[in-house]
Every structure is written in structure tokens, then in C-alpha cells.
Design a protein around this ligand. Structure first.
Ligand code: HEC
Ligand code: HEC
Ligand code: HEC
Ligand code: HEC
Ligand code: HEC
Length: 216
């Protein structure tokens, strides 16, 4: 009977099975070690952008609210990047002679978007939704750092599984009133832990720790 399940020619393959199993184990070990090493968590990652756009100038000095450009951050899973039109609201009049703005003007003329390089990028098997976090009072600064002081955005947090879980297990010290989420310099007037616990109670906050919530 087994002749039909494993015909004779598979005998050579059977020799390979232990090799494959050992190889697989080694591969897994490497994968886990590689995944846990600091290089791959990308803290500090700061790609070169096609336009030297500065958050420190626009969000910091000029004080433009994050949501003026990242309009979908409260309503959807993804925070959009602004279309060129948003830049041109000002730059049709401001600094029109600047060579730094040439790619923006070209994009406006051609209708092709500026090719910004992605800074933060979770693996595809992770589910993350901005709106839930922002609406429950997790400020941008908790996950992105002081973007209003960065000339070019860099990754401030590891975005690893243990980083997500650290906050999910104890969110209180990371919470604030939802209308303060984009204020990078916000400080609580009262004890942060107590305020956080109060917000958790009022808004029924209990972040998930089960695998299926983040790996759907
Ligand atoms: C005037 C428009 C504008 C404003 C205001 C603005 N941003 Fe941005 N933001 C951009 C543009 C353009 C990019 C893409 C280029 C880059 O990464 O610097 C970007 C990129 C980012 C990124 C990186 C996205 C990625 O690729 O992973 C983060 C995080 C971010 N912004 C957060 C903020 C926060 C927080 C604020 C408010 C403090 C803010 N932004 C205000 C225009 C804006
Ligand atoms: C609300 C108005 C406003 C918006 C919107 C805006 N900017 Fe600006 N931007 C300014 C001002 C004002 C300055 C000049 C500040 C100064 O005089 O030093 C500036 C300066 C710049 C500079 C530096 C120019 C130079 O020669 O030094 C760049 C590059 C730039 N902006 C890119 C962008 C991009 C890209 C966007 C869209 C994502 C954008 N800006 C959106 C107001 C704006
Ligand atoms: C709880 C953590 C957290 C908070 C709070 C948060 N972000 Fe993010 N942000 C992330 C993660 C994680 C990514 C990468 C998402 C991905 O790769 O799918 C990201 C990506 C982005 C991007 C790139 C586009 C995208 O959606 O992938 C922008 C822009 C951005 N965030 C802006 C903001 C702004 C503005 C705020 C505040 C209003 C904010 N974020 C609050 C964690 C957060
Ligand atoms: C600084 C705190 C903090 C960090 C960091 C954080 N979260 Fe959350 N997360 C929360 C809070 C608060 C909620 C809201 C829980 C509620 O409403 O009960 C939440 C809710 C969620 C939910 C459930 C809501 C939904 O969309 O289904 C998911 C999934 C989630 N987070 C994924 C992530 C992932 C993935 C990361 C890491 C990339 C992450 N979170 C990082 C605080 C955080
Ligand atoms: C709060 C969100 C969250 C929860 C809950 C969660 N994960 Fe993850 N998980 C992540 C993120 C984010 C990554 C990506 C890490 C990276 O890119 O470094 C990840 C990565 C992984 C990986 C890839 C290997 C690694 O370590 O990088 C495995 C396997 C995994 N998760 C299994 C699980 C299992 C099993 C559970 C339930 C016990 C679970 N996860 C619960 C967010 C979560």
C-alpha cells in the first residue's frame, strides 16, 4: 500500500527530509534572531526625501496642525500624506523662486504626486488603525516622537510587537484628552497616571492583547 503513497522514486527524497527539517529549524532561529536585533526594528531610519520639506519649520515654527496635511488620521486606518495642492495653498505665493520647491511645482504642473519615501512601515501581516488610537487619546508624539522638531522625519520607536504590547498592557501613562492628540508639547495639569486611569474608565479603554486583533 505504502508503495502507492510513497512510490519507489521518492526514496531519494526521504533522505532529504531530515536535511530540510534541520534547515527549516536553522532558518527559523535566524529569522527570530534577525527579527529581534535592533537594526531591523529601524529606530532612527531617515530616508532622503525628494523635497527638503521640514516638519520643524511647518509644524513647529509655523504651527500648522498635523491634520491640515494628514487629514485622514482621525477617520481611517492610514494617515494620508498631503496632495501637492495642499502645499500649493501657500507655495503658489510663498517662496515661489526657491529651487527647493521645484519638484513640488513640477508635480503641480504634471499632476503626478511627489514621490515621498515611506519612513514607517509595519509588515503586511500586522493590522494597525490610526483612527482608533487617535480617537482614544493616544497622541502622535507617543509613537512618532517630537516630529515638530525634526527637519526630516525619522522613526522614533521600534514598532515591534513588544513595543505595541507594552502600551496595550498599561496604556494609562500614554493617554490624554482626545482633543490634545496633535499638541506635541502637551503636559497634563494633574498626575498623568491618574488622568489616564480616569480616561480608561470614562471611555471604556482596554487595548487588545490577543493575537487575532493585530494579526487578522
Ligand atoms: C504642511 C503639511 C504637513 C504638516 C502640517 C504635517 N506633516 Fe507630516 N508629513 C508631511 C509630508 C509632505 C510628509 C512626507 C515627507 C516626510 O516624510 O517628511 C510627512 C510625513 C510624516 C510622517 C512620516 C510618514 C511615513 O512615511 O512614515 C509622520 C510620522 C508625520 N508626517 C507626522 C506628522 C505630525 C505628528 C505632524 C504634526 C505635529 C505633521 N506630520 C504635520 C506633511 C505635513
Ligand atoms: C500654511 C502655509 C504653508 C503650507 C501649507 C506649506 N508651506 Fe512650505 N513654507 C511655508 C513658509 C511660510 C515657508 C518659508 C518660511 C521662511 O520664510 O523661511 C515655507 C518653506 C518651505 C520650504 C523651504 C524653502 C526654502 O527655500 O528654504 C520648502 C521646501 C517647503 N516649504 C515645502 C513645502 C511642502 C512640500 C509643502 C506641502 C507638503 C508645504 N511646504 C506646505 C508655508 C507653507
Ligand atoms: C499608537 C501609535 C501611533 C499613533 C498614536 C500615531 N501613529 Fe502614525 N503611525 C504609526 C505606525 C505603527 C505607522 C506605520 C503604519 C503601517 O506601516 O501600516 C504610522 C504611520 C504614519 C504615517 C504614514 C502613513 C501611514 O498611515 O502608514 C503618518 C503620516 C502618520 N503615521 C502620522 C501620524 C499622525 C499625524 C498622528 C497623530 C494625529 C499619528 N500618526 C499617531 C503609529 C502611530
Ligand atoms: C502608546 C500606546 C499604544 C501603542 C504604542 C499601541 N497601541 Fe494599539 N491601542 C492603544 C489604545 C489606547 C487602544 C484603544 C483600546 C480601546 O479602545 O479599548 C488600542 C487599540 C488597538 C487595537 C484594537 C482596535 C482595532 O483597531 O481593532 C489594535 C488592533 C491595536 N491597538 C494595534 C496596535 C499595534 C499593531 C500597535 C503597534 C504597532 C499598537 N497598537 C501600539 C494603545 C496603543
Ligand atoms: C498589539 C498588537 C499585537 C498583538 C496583540 C500580537 N502581535 Fe505579533 N506582532 C505585532 C507586530 C507589530 C509585529 C511586527 C514586529 C516587527 O516588525 O518587528 C508582530 C510580529 C509577530 C511575529 C513575527 C516574528 C517576530 O517576532 O517579529 C509573530 C510570529 C507574531 N507576531 C505572533 C504573535 C502571536 C502568536 C500573538 C498572540 C500571543 C501576537 N503576535 C500578538 C503585533 C502584535
Amino acid at each position: 500500500m505504502s508503495r502507492f503513497i510513497f512510490p519507489a522514486w521518492t526514496n531519494q527524497l526521504k533522505v532529504l527530509i531530515p536535511v530540510l527539517l534541520l534547515g527549516g529549524a536553522a532558518y527559523l532561529t535566524l529569522l527570530v534572531a534577525w527579527g529581534a536585533s535592533p537594526e531591523t526594528t529601524d529606530v532612527g531610519y531617515q530616508p532622503v526625501q525628494p523635497v527638503p520639506y521640514s516638519h520643524a519649520l511647518h509644524a513647529g515654527e509655523l504651527g500648522i496642525d498635523c491634520r491640515y496635511c494628514h487629514t485622514s488620521v482621525e477617520d481611517s486606518a492610514h494617515a494620508n500624506l498631503p496632495p501637492t495642492q495642499t502645499c500649493m495653498n501657500c507655495h503658489q505665493r510663498v517662496r515661489t523662486e526657491s529651487i527647493k520647491l521645484v519638484p513640488v511645482q513640477e508635480s503641480f504642473a504634471s499632476g503626478l504626486p511627489v514621490e515621498w519615501v515611506r519612513v514607517h512601515d509595519l509588515p503586511d501581516y500586522v493590522y494597525f488603525d490610526h483612527s482608533v488610537h487617535v480617537n482614544q487619546g493616544v497622541g502622535c508624539v507617543e509613537c512618532h516622537g517630537r516630529v515638530d522638531r525634526m527637519d526630516e522625519v525619522w522613526q522614533h520607536e521600534p514598532l515591534s510587537m513588544s513595543w505595541c504590547l507594552d502600551c496595550h498592557r498599561d496604556p494609562a501613562p500614554h493617554l490624554r484628552p482626545a482633543d490634545e492628540v496633535t499638541d506635541m508639547a502637551w503636559q497634563p495639569r494633574e498626575d498623568r497616571q491618574a488622568l489616564g486611569e480616569e480616561l480608561m474608565r470614562l471611555n471604556n479603554i482596554s487595548p487588545p492583547e490577543d493575537c487575532a486583533s493585530c494579526h487578522r
